[in-house]
Design a protein around this ligand. Structure first.
Ligand code: BG6
Length: 791
C-alpha cells in the first residue's frame, strides 16, 4: 500500500524568526498518519476529509504519506466499512473531475485499516512503518496519531504509543486528543498527569474545533488589523456588554449516556465559549506568530476573571430531556436528571480595561435557531432627537458570526456607525450584495461585512496546523487547567439546583430571556415550571440555614454557599452597628482558603458595606514577602481589598518584613503591630474577628504545644508552625478574646472528623488552641457547613 509519491520538499507553513516554532516541524520526509477510532462519527464526518485535503495540498510539492485507520474491530470486518468512509472524501470545486479521481485513488492506495487493540498490535504497526521506510529508503518526518476515541482510553493508548510507536530521533511524534479532557479540575489534572507520563507536552495537540472555525481564528488578526479603530473603544468606557452565544436546535437524543454526565457547561462552555472569550479579551501579542506569547496572554485572562458563583449563572433543561434520559439510561419514570441543556453565565474580568463589562456566555439545545456568534455591543452616546432611524442612534456593534443563523455563512460584521474595517487581501473578502436579512437587530445593509473567500471546515484547518506543528490554536495544559479552575466551583455550586424546564424551539418564547443586574444574572421572567414529580425527594428545608449550639457557643450551619452568605450578612450587620455607634468598624481577618468564598461574597455582593469606615486587620501572617502567593495579605488583597473601595490607610498588613528580612525578633515587628492596634482600636477590642481552625486544632497562627498560654498580655507574637512556611506572626488570645464578636468558620468534609472531636473535647488551649477562643464579654459564633458538620 505504500506508494512513495515522491514530492518536492515543501516548507510547511511554519513561521520563521524569533525561534517561535520548533524546527522539527519542518523536517521533510515520510509522514505516517494513524487515526485511532477510524470508523467513528467524527472520523467519518470530518477527519478523513481533513486529512485528504491536507494530502491534496501537499501532493504537488511535499512529503510522502501513509494513512492508517485503527480500531478495536478486526480488519476482516472493519476494512469494508473503513474504505466506504475513505472513499467518500471529496475534492474542492476548483479540482477537475479527472484530477480528483486520480487524487482519490492515490489516497485510497495509501490508506489501510489495522486492528489496534493490544500492545502487540501497536508493535506490529510500528514494525510496518519501519519496514516501509527502509524499503523506500526515505527519511521519516514524523508520526501523527489522532485519538478519536472516548477519553477514558487516552492514557492506555498513549502508553502503548510511547512503548512501541515512537519514531527514531529526529522525526516528530504528534498525538491529537479530542475533548472531553476531564469533567472537572481534578479529573483534568489526573488525565494530564497520566498522559504526561507517556507523552511530552509538545507532542500533545488538544483540539477545540472552535479554534479552527474561520471566524474564531480571525478574531485575533482582526483585532490586530483594526487596532487603530479598536484601541480607543475596546474598554469599559465604550463596551456595553459582550455576548458569546451558541444556540442549537437539535436535542441530545442518542448521546444521553455521555451528555447526562456533562451537560451544557462542560460540553461547550468550559471549552468552545471560554476560548472565544479569551480571544476577545486577551492582551494582543506583540508577535502574533509566537505560540508562546499567544498562549501566555490567553492564560493571563484566567487569573483576572472574577470567580463565577451561583448568582452568575442560570440553567435550563428542555422538557423532553427527562423522557430521553429514562429511555436511554433505562431509568424508571420517577428518575429526575438535573443536567442542564441550557445555561447563561455572567463573567467579569477584573482589569482596569474591562472592569464592570458584563460578558455573557449562552448556549443551549432545542432553541429556536442554530447560530453561533460573539457580539460586542458598544454604548451609543448619541441621542437622536428627531430621526430615530438614523444610523447614529442604532446599536453600535461588532458581530463575529461563526456560522448558520439567518445569515447562513461565517462573517465578521461591523455596524456602519462604528468604522470600516481593514480588509487584508487574500483569504477574506468584503460582501456587498446582500439578501435582505437582519442580524442582531440591524439590517445587513447597516453593516460592513467580511467573509472568508473560501469556506473551510474547522477540522481541516486544524489538521493543517498539526502538520505544520503550530500550536497556538490548540489548548495548552495550563490553559485547560485554568479553564477548569474557573468552571469547577460553579459546577459544584450548581449541583443539586433545578434547571428551568423549557418546552423547546420557538415555544420557548421569552422563558429564557435574561436580566443582568450588577454582578448577577437571572431569568427576566419569574415563571418557573417545576412539576411536582421533579420536586420529589427534595424539600425546601434541605437548603435552610440551621441554628444551634456547638461547644456551648452559638452555631450557624448550612450548605457552604448559604453559610458564607449568612456570615457575610452578619459581618455587614456588625459593621453597620459599629459605624452607627462609633463611626468606625475594626475587622480582623484570617488567612487560609476557607475565607476566600467569604471574601468573594463581600466583594461581589456587599456594595453597601461601610468600607470607608472599616479598618481591616490581620489575624495572622506567614513570614514571606507580600508578593508571594503564600502571603495571607497577598490573598486578602487579591480576593477582597482590591475589589472594594476602602481607604488605603485603613488597611493594616502585618509587618513581617522589616530591614529587608523576615520575622526577626530584634526587628520587633510584632510589637509594632501591637502598638498600632493599641493606638487605633478602642480598648484593643476588635468589633469582629474571623478565625478558622486547622486539622491539628490550631487557630490564627497559634499552634498546639506552642505554649500559647505563656504569651501573657502581648497582643501579637511570632510563632512557629509545624508546616512550611514555619515562621508566623499572629494575634494572641489577649487580642482575640476581648473582641465583641469572634466567628469561627469551618467548612468542608475534610473537617468533619475534627468537628466530631471538638464536640467532645474539654478546653485545653495548649493542645487544642482553638479551645482557647473564649471571648471575655463578646460572643463566639461557630459557622460550620453541613459537610463539616455531617460528613
Ligand atoms: C461539540 C459539542 O463540541 O460542539 C456538541 O459536544 C455541540 O454538543 C457542538 O453540538 C457544536 O459545534 P458546532 O461546530 O456545530 O457549533
Amino acid at each position: 500500500m505504500f506508494v512513495a509519491v515522491l514530492l518536492l520538499l515543501v516548507t510547511l507553513s511554519v513561521q520563521g524568526g524569533n525561534g517561535e516554532e520548533k524546527a522539527e516541524a519542518q523536517r521533510p520526509g515520510h509522514v505516517s498518519v494513524v487515526i485511532v477510532g477510524a470508523t467513528g462519527d467524527l472520523a467519518k464526518k470530518y477527519l478523513w476529509q481533513g486529512f485528504f485535503e491536507q494530502y491534496v495540498n501537499q501532493v504537488s510539492g511535499g512529503n510522502t504519506f501513509s494513512f492508517y485507520g485503527g480500531g478495536l474491530s478486526p480488519a476482516s470486518t472493519a476494512t469494508p466499512v473503513f474504505f466506504e468512509i475513505v472513499q467518500a472524501v471529496s475534492c474542492s470545486k476548483e479540482t477537475s473531475p479527472n484530477r480528483c479521481a486520480v487524487l482519490k485513488e492515490q489516497f485510497l492506495r495509501l490508506a489501510e485499516y489495522r486492528q489496534l487493540k493490544t500492545l502487540e498490535d501497536y508493535q506490529e504497526l510500528a514494525k510496518n512503518i519501519e519496514k516501509e521506510l527502509q524499503q523506500e529508503g526515505i527519511p521519516e518526518a514524523g508520526r501523527l496519531f489522532y485519538l478519536s476515541v472516548p477519553a477514558f482510553a487516552y492514557a492506555d493508548i498513549a502508553d502503548k504509543i510511547n512503548n512501541s510507536c515512537r519514531p527514531a530521533s529526529g522525526a516528530w511524534l504528534r498525538v491529537v486528543l479530542e475533548k472531553p479532557f476531564g469533567h472537572d479540575f481534578r479529573s483534568a489534572q489526573l488525565l494530564a498527569s497520566q498522559l504526561g507520563s507517556s507523552l511530552k507536552d509538545e507532542e500533545m495537540f488538544r483540539i477545540d474545533h472552535y479554534l479552527g472555525k474561520q471566524v474564531v481564528a480571525k478574531i485575533l488578526p482582526f483585532r490586530v488589523e483594526n487596532k487603530k479603530y479598536l484601541d480607543p473603544i475596546w474598554n469599559k468606557h465604550h463596551i456595553e456588554r459582550v455576548e458569546i452565544v451558541l444556540k442549537e436546535t437539535l436535542d441530545v437524543k442518542g448521546r444521553i449516556p455521555f451528555y447526562d454526565q456533562y451537560g451544557v457547561i462542560r460540553d461547550v462552555m468550559q471549552n468552545h465559549l471560554t476560548e472565544v472569550m479569551t480571544l476577545l479579551t486577551m492582551k494582543l501579542p506583540v508577535n502574533m506568530s509566537s505560540t508562546e506569547e499567544v498562549l501566555q496572554n490567553k492564560l493571563q485572562i484566567f487569573s483576572n476573571l472574577l470567580p463565577i458563583g451561583k448568582n452568575q449563572a442560570v440553567t435550563g433543561q428542555y422538557k423532553a430531556y427527562k423522557t430521553s434520559v429514562q429511555q436511554e439510561m433505562n431509568k424508571t419514570n420517577d428518575h429526575v436528571s438535573l443536567t442542564p441543556t441550557f445555561a447563561a453565565v455572567l463573567a467579569h474580568i477584573d482589569e482596569a480595561q474591562y472592569e464592570g463589562v458584563p460578558i455573557i456566555l449562552i448556549s443551549g439545545k432545542m432553541l429556536d435557531e442554530r447560530v453561533g456568534y460573539a457580539r460586542i455591543l458598544f454604548k451609543n452616546t448619541v441621542f437622536c432627537l428627531q430621526n430615530h432611524n438614523s444610523v447614529h442612534c442604532k446599536p453600535k456593534q461588532i458581530v463575529f458570526h461563526f456560522g448558520h443563523g439567518q445569515l447562513k455563512y461565517p462573517a465578521i460584521l461591523v455596524s456602519k456607525n462604528l468604522f470600516k474595517p481593514v480588509l487584508k487581501e487574500g483569504q477574506w473578502k468584503e460582501v456587498t450584495e446582500h439578501t435582505d436579512v437582519d442580524v442582531l437587530g440591524l439590517p445587513i445593509s447597516d453593516y460592513y461585512v467580511q467573509t472568508p473567500s473560501e469556506n473551510r471546515e474547522a477540522y481541516s484547518e486544524l489538521i493543517s496546523q498539526i502538520f505544520a506543528g503550530r500550536k497556538n490554536s490548540f489548548i495548552s495544559a495550563e490553559n485547560l487547567l485554568a479553564s477548569w479552575g474557573l468552571w469547577t466551583p460553579l459546577l459544584t455550586s450548581l449541583a443539586g439546583s433545578f434547571p428551568r424546564i423549557y418546552p423547546g424551539g420557538t415555544d420557548n418564547g421569552d422563558m429564557l430571556d435574561l436580566r443582568v443586574k450588577g454582578k448577577d444574572i437571572s431569568y427576566s421572567s419569574e415563571v418557573v415550571i417545576i412539576s411536582a414529580d421533579q420536586m420529589s425527594g427534595t424539600s425546601a428545608k434541605d437548603f435552610q440555614v440551621m441554628q444551634g449550639k456547638f461547644r456551648s457557643a452559638a452555631m450557624v450551619s448550612a450548605w457552604s454557599e448559604e453559610l458564607v452568605e449568612r456570615l457575610a450578612a452578619d459581618i455587614q450587620a456588625s459593621a453597620e452597628a459599629a459605624v452607627r455607634e462609633g463611626g468606625v468598624f475594626h475587622l480582623a481577618l484570617s488567612g487560609g482558603s476557607s475565607p476566600l468564598a467569604l471574601f468573594h461574597r463581600l466583594a461581589l455582593h456587599h456594595f453597601s458595606f461601610p468600607w470607608r469606615d472599616t479598618h481591616v486587620w490581620m489575624v495572622d501572617e506567614r513570614c514571606v514577602p507580600p508578593t508571594e502567593l503564600e502571603s495571607n495579605f497577598h490573598s486578602l488583597h487579591d480576593h477582597l481589598l482590591q475589589h472594594v473601595r476602602i481607604p488605603y490607610f485603613n488597611i493594616h498588613p502585618m509587618p513581617v518584613q522589616l530591614n529587608q528580612r523576615l520575622c526577626v525578633e530584634e526587628d520587633a515587628g510584632a510589637l509594632l503591630y501591637e502598638k498600632e492596634v493599641r493606638k487605633l482600636v478602642n480598648g484593643s477590642s476588635f468589633h469582629f474577628v474571623l478565625l478558622g481552625v486547622g486539622y491539628d486544632g490550631h487557630t490564627a497562627s497559634l499552634f498546639p504545644d506552642s505554649k500559647v498560654s505563656e504569651l501573657g498580655d502581648r497582643l501579637v507574637a511570632l510563632t512557629e508552625s509545624p508546616v512550611k512556611p514555619h515562621q508566623r506572626m499572629s494575634l494572641t488570645f489577649s487580642a482575640i478574646n476581648p473582641a465583641r464578636t469572634v466567628a469561627l468558620l469551618v467548612m468542608g468534609k475534610g473537617k468533619h472528623e475534627l468537628i466530631t472531636q471538638l464536640s467532645r473535647m474539654k478546653d485545653n488551649p495548649d493542645k487544642w488552641p482553638v479551645t482557647g477562643v473564649k471571648p471575655d464579654d463578646g460572643k463566639l459564633v461557630w459557622y460550620i457547613d453541613y459537610d463539616a458538620l455531617l460528613g
